[in-house]
Design a binder for this molecule. Structure first.
Ligand code: NAI
Length: 357
């Protein structure tokens, strides 16, 4: 029995496939390649394969037509429709497993890092220090009255203490747009900071708002009342450009905006304008309308902006999470039981895994 794995997979999951289930695994993880496998090579390597664990290769109708033995597709991503033609797979009788929320913890942790970093100017202060501001000889010993040699900033003058202030989080309001896997995880981390939560998600009812810790709001109210606004919805027809100049204008001038979801959800030019003109106080962004950002992009010149290169979902444990979810569901299919994460379970009506080789 053969399996092709083009996603990154944990050694534990590989061993379950090879040692426990007797698969001959062709392991070609994306981490060891620069690019996706070219389609023809992908098709060649799929010959005789019964299980495909795919990362980014396109599983199109053409690919499916060119395979005879394939019985299970598992996509190591939160949304399999980005690269797997689910309808074609269903028509071929092949279940598509996937790993929703695999990096929800990763992105939620990172989002709080962004909130603190932009609010308290941590990244900006780091940048200033690394580029020679606030280094060198003491400016004054006003802070210490001359009694301490280790602290010699002038607190009332041109010091970081005076220049790099930001708000405490307690009693501030965080507005969460999109209360799915990541939005819920962001909400559960708020309690320790004493932050009030508003949530906007047309598809989640009040009960679904992180066990009632989040007050359901419409978008307008959320934007007007939040001190921090963070985005966690997918790009769809209704969310593309969801936040533009009107929405940034609706936010408080003292508010911060965080986007670790996708650049296409906002009008990036409108955000830049708002940041440049004091429409809002700051932004922390992990995603952009075009990635990577061009070297001379205005976002990279703003002091009130924290920018990271699309890594909110990159925690070390994410591979373990998707590996375990996928292997558990593959084993469910072996046993004839219902997998937890399956794109279209209608396919199961006529499905049973058969060991052919
Ligand atoms: P999810 O599917 O669990 O949750 C998305 C939520 O957005 C759902 O509750 C849905 O009802 C809601 N939603 C849909 N349309 C909406 C609208 N018009 N307004 C408000 N809410 C709406 O997805 P998950 O796992 O929470 O991920 C969210 C997004 O985060 C992903 O779509 C992805 O783009 C992004 N992401 C970014 C990563 C990074 O590295 N920066 C890593 C992982 C995900």
């Amino acid at each position: 029995m053969k399996a092709l794995v083009t996603a990154n997979l944990s050694s534990e999951a590989l061993s379950r496939l090879e040692d426990e289930h007797g698969f001959d695994v062709d392991y070609a993880p994306i981490a060891e390649r620069d690019t996706r496998l070219p389609e023809d090579e992908f098709i060649d390597r799929l010959q005789g394969v019964e299980i495909l664990i795919v990362g980014y290769e396109g599983v199109s109708e053409r690919v499916l037509d060119a395979t005879e033995d394939l019985q299970i597709i598992a996509c190591a991503r939160g949304g399999p429709d980005a690269n797997v033609d689910i309808q074609a797979a269903t028509e071929h009788g092949i279940p598509v497993l996937y790993a929703p929320g695999r990096n929800a913890i990763s992105v939620a942790d990172f989002t709080w890092g962004m909130i603190l970093s932009v609010g308290r100017q941590i990244a900006h202060a780091h940048h200033l220090l690394h580029t020679g501001t606030y280094t060198g000889d003491p400016v004054s010993d006003a802070a210490s009255g001359g009694e301490r040699e280790d602290v010699t900033w002038g607190v009332a003058q041109d010091s970081p203490y005076a220049n790099l202030k930001g708000p405490e989080l307690r009693d501030k309001t965080l507005g969460i747009i999109g209360m799915g896997a990541i939005g819920q995880e962001v909400a559960t981390r708020a309690q320790g900071f004493g932050v009030d939560l508003l949530g906007y998600d047309p598809y989640v009812d009040t009960e679904g708002m992180a066990d009632h810790t989040v007050e359901k709001a419409d978008l307008e109210t959320l934007l007007e009342e939040s001190d921090f606004v963070t985005v966690h919805c997918p790009v769809t027809e209704s969310t593309r450009g969801l936040l533009g100049s009107d929405e940034f204008a609706a936010m408080k001038e003292s508010a911060f905006f965080i986007n670790t979801a996708r650049g296409a959800i906002i009008d990036q030019d409108a955000l830049v304008e708002s940041l440049q003109n004091g429409g809002i106080r700051g932004a922390a962004l992990d995603v952009y309308d075009k990635e990577p950002l061009p070297e001379d992009h205005p976002l990279l010149k703003l002091d009130n902006t924290v920018t990271t290169p699309h890594l909110a979902g990159a925690a070390e444990e994410v591979v373990d999470h998707h590996s375990q979810m996928i292997l558990d569901d593959i084993e469910a299919l072996f046993n004839g039981s219902q997998p937890v994460h399956i794109a279209d379970d209608a396919v199961l009506e006529d499905f049973s895994f058969t060991r052919k080789h």
